[in-house]
Design a protein around this ligand. Structure first.
Ligand code: UT7
Length: 336
């Protein structure tokens, strides 16, 4: 039997968008009992962007999508599928992907949201790739977008100092053989679901005056446990994706880790035996933007020249679920 030839799939356009408002660690000192020193020392975060009251996740996603489409030189009506990875959708339904699909005018596109916490964008990359690889679709828009600030308990210093808002988007399409996505690794461990969650507002605990009074519509996290999970899984997931690509960490030109905490990033790099100058870090500027962090970091790496054509790039994330995801790509650059 003849094997069906799989198409090579890569990122053919990328863009990101963050709100204008900057919230510094100093600003946070006036909100909760914390200090710039503690936050920088324990997390590496110096400031983050915060969406205003009128701005929802789909607004950030829309801006990032426009930039990715322009970068790819693809018009919205060429998009076959919109995937939005988010833990902070505008509302339960319709999906944020449908809101974006309508706003950009991707009238031919199917659309759905993907829930995998902070690993959502990397999950989305892998899911979107399948449709192009098997010939179902030609162009897929994958977006990671969040307004975590809307579900943070601004009286809880354990969580409110960590997160920020933003969005990043890519257009996936067929690329020259040998480029694009070379290896992937996805995983989940639902037994760790309680470590990072928004307890109320769903069917388990519908919204009520009591759930609001009990502050159950906010992020609840066991930071220390998530930290231990993250340092273990980041290195492992990236190593497995590299193995599936037939590569080793020595072949990697740039690591784009989920930007949650500089100590987690450093420990992942160490486990992969990668020097920090090959690791993209911008957690200092944006904090943890959940599913938006990888595309924002990747966009910055590409636009600043840290990632160039022919580079081997590894993205790796972890998050609520618990989940993890990694993707190895050979960067195809502009002129392909
Ligand atoms: O995308 C996935 C999302 N989640 C994450 O990435 C979180 C992963 N976890 C982490 O990044 C770290 O665990 C944290 C940054 C959340 C916490 O750092 P840590 O080194 O694990 O600190 P800790 O939780 O062990 O807390 C140390 C101390 C505690 O005080 P006591 O009990 O030792 O007196 C906390 O109450 O630091 C205290 N603390 C703070 N102090 C000042 C916690 N938050 C703050 C704060 N400012 N904002």
């Amino acid at each position: 039997m003849n094997e069906v030839k799989k198409r090579s799939v890569g990122i053919i356009g990328i863009g990101s968008h963050v709100p204008e408002k900057v919230l510094t660690n100093k600003d946070l000192e006036a909100i909760v009992e914390t200090s710039d020193e503690w936050i920088v020392d324990r997390t590496g975060i110096r400031e983050r962007r915060i969406a205003d009251q009128e701005t929802a996740t789909s607004d950030l996603a829309y801006q990032a999508a426009l930039k990715a489409l322009a970068d790819a030189k693809v018009s919205a009506d060429e998009i076959d599928l919109v995937i939005v990875a988010t833990a902070t959708p505008d509302m339960f339904f319709p999906s944020t992907a449908c809101l974006v699909q309508n706003r950009i005018g991707a009238t031919k596109a199917a659309a759905f949201d993907l829930a995998a916490g902070c690993s959502g964008f990397a999950y989305g990359l892998v899911v979107g790739t399948q449709f192009v690889q098997n010939g179902t679709y030609k162009k897929v828009l994958v977006i990671g977008a969040e307004t975590l600030s809307k579900i943070l308990d601004w009286t809880d210093r354990n969580t409110c100092v960590l997160f920020g808002d933003g969005a990043g988007a890519v257009v996936l399409g067929e690329v020259e053989e040998g480029y694009g996505i070379l290896g992937v690794e996805l995983g989940a461990d639902g037994s760790g679901g309680d470590l990072l969650k928004m307890p109320a507002g769903g069917s388990r605990m519908p919204a009520s005056a009591q759930t609001v009074a009990d502050r159950l519509h906010y992020v609840h996290m066991s930071g220390n446990d998530v930290f231990k999970f993250a340092v273990k899984v980041m290195g492992e997931a990236a190593a497995k994706a590299l193995e599936h690509a037939g590569l080793s960490s020595e072949d990697v030109d740039c690591l784009i880790p989920h930007q949650a905490n500089i100590r987690i990033i450093q420990s992942a790099a160490k486990r992969l035996k990668m020097p920090m100058d090959k690791v993209m870090v911008n957690v200092d500027k944006y904090g943890n933007t959940s599913s938006a962090s990888i595309p924002i970091a990747l966009n910055e790496a590409v636009k600043s020249g840290k990632v160039k054509k022919n580079d081997v790039v590894v993205v790796v994330g972890f998050g609520a679920g618990l989940t993890w995801a990694s993707c190895v790509l050979k960067w195809c650059g502009e002129d392909l």
